[in-house]
Design a protein around this ligand. Structure first.
Ligand code: 5GP
Ligand code: ZN
Length: 113
């Protein structure tokens, strides 16, 4: 989608190192890390967030999470990780191309809100 920063990263219009890539998603490092390891899992298909998902979008997320469950060791997350998917204004979503934050590499705060 035009004017979407994550679409531009996925297409290569904005250069970025992919920590992982397959037919459904890329994983990149967050530019402003909130934990020792802070990655963004970004589906290649543009859709906004977790609000009113289509069946196809639901399937893509499922495939992405299944893949994460098999590659987390390669990402340095052997001791565990947290995923966050900000959706909408109250969650302070700032980029409206769905992405899943992956946080880890250290013991995380017990505060989630
Ligand atoms: P949100 O607030 O929408 O859940 O998260 C957006 C995230 O994208 C933020 O954590 C922000 O640091 C990250 N981000 C925004 N622009 C870029 C960028 O150009 N490159 C990378 N790697 N991360 C970005
Ligand atoms: Zn996009």
């Amino acid at each position: 989608m035009k004017d979407c920063i994550f679409c531009k990263i996925i297409s290569g219009e904005i250069s970025s190192n992919f920590e992982y890539e397959d037919e459904n998603m890329v994983i990149i490092k967050d530019i402003n890390p909130q934990a020792k390891i802070h990655l963004l899992l970004i589906p290649k298909k543009h859709f906004s967030n977790l609000m009113s998902l289509t069946e196809e979008e639901t399937k893509i997320i499922s495939l992405c999470l299944n893949k994460l469950s098999h590659i987390y060791l390669d990402l340095g997350l052997e001791k565990g990780f947290r995923i966050v998917c900000n959706s909408g204004v109250d969650a302070r979503q700032s980029v409206y191309h769905l992405h899943i934050h992956i946080l880890g590499g250290e013991v995380l705060s017990d505060k989630m809100g």
